[in-house]
Design a protein around this ligand. Sequence first.
Ligand code: MEZ
Length: 528
Amino acid sequence: MSDIESSKSLVNDARPLRVDQEMARLSQDEKSLLVHRFHPDYKKEAYGTLQVGPNKGQTSVHEVIRLLEGKSQLATKTVSLTPTHEVDVLIVGGGGAGSTAALAAKAAGSKVLMATKLRLGDSNTVMAEGGMQVAVSPEDSPVRHFVDSFKGGQMANDRTLLKTLVEEGPSVAKWLIDNGVLFDREEDGNLSIRSGGGSSLPRLLRCKDYTGLELMRVLKDCVLNEEIEVLEFSPVLELLTDGEGTCTGAVLKNLDTDQLIIVQAKTVILSTGGIGRLHIQGFPTSNHYGATGDALSMAYRAGAELTLQDTFQYHPTGSVYPEAMAGLLVTEAIRSVGAHLLNVKGERFVFELETRDAVASAIIRECQEGRGVETPAGRKGVWLDMPLVDVLHGEGTLRERFPNMHRQFSKYQIDIEKEPVLIYPTLHYQNGGIKIDVDGESTLKNLYVAGEASGGIHGRNRLMGNSLLDIIVYGKRAGKAASKRATTSLSKSLSLKHLESFQAEQKAAGIVPEVLSPMLFPDYVNKD
Ligand code: MEZ
């Protein structure tokens, strides 16, 4: 029997003995020690210092620095800035945050244009599985939600942003339900809620294991029903400013024709999602192909400050086997209903619902210290014992509650009802991003940001389910505020002066850009 098969047998054989096994929780000191030793955010050699721009002198990982200090897609082009579109609010990004912002801006009376790199809905939102945190149960409260998220975020969260997030949770959940989102319900009709890592009470609303897909189904319908104009396959290459610190529009590219599109906008909302496809420190990712951090580089060049740009979330349970599924998300919700994590000897080594930074660190520790399992492709991982869920909750539970997981693995002849799967942390989320205020406005006037591209809400470690909440709460706030500002905004001149200044700063610092930014697609994508 191969090593992998004999290790799997240890997990299968000991399953009945583990049913009632208690696992000690980490003390705050133990957790801090573990994270500082093993979490990728603390790997010094992965980090460098920004030499130009609003965050000059601060650190981030080399991949993000390369992007921020990259070469503009317009660097060698002479661009005519005569507008082809004139709108009140331009929304960049077609996922959950962008769609919500567009709906809010339209409802507030603005002329809205959405532009998206791929198609409406192609985004990380549709890949969100496990749920959305909202304090709706009688025992719960926004205060409790705040405390859990603040502790989870290593107390680095912007308190005002977080307070607003948790307080507006119940009303946005109602808005989603009113618009048609089918959250799971109990037999008595009440909303069904589940636990997540780092939460003191069950607080997750969910739609089986495809919550984001269900949200996006409804949001997309709403955008289409409202007849909001959407330019698909039209990424933004550069923002436009009046040259005096106010955003006035953007330069887009039609991917079919390669033609540039010039949009004059009274306000712009960036909602282009995260950076998973930068594969920071060589990690695989759970993210969508479009997650190349586009907003970060264009906003940075235009003068918007970033915050917490040095911290990333490595979701503890990314698939590592089969190779074709490397990086794919195995939802935390499976651990929240009892699945165990086990090393090569079939031993549990961490309480599975510690915060993600701690669980990911513990898995990395097991693998670094020789207690991981090696896949045929040479990756390391540990077991996630999914069949235990059916033992704990009754046969058929996995199939009923996690149809997406069941289908994904069965494509490769892996039956999650019968055998454990191999997992390892996968790059999942940028904890930081473009600094915003409570209306989503960045430090560049008239430039708003919503969703994962923004930073501050989640501190140094986001709790499960807070990102689906974030995209709706801050999508709405940014849409509303950008629409209001559009009624008073007078700035109309369109220039790329900020880009020229940034390039001059790069030259003075001796930077030779290594990559095109925004990069738009990872370099391994077949663009045909
Ligand atoms: O918020 C998330 O990242 C999430 C719900 C992920 C998951 O494990 O399902």
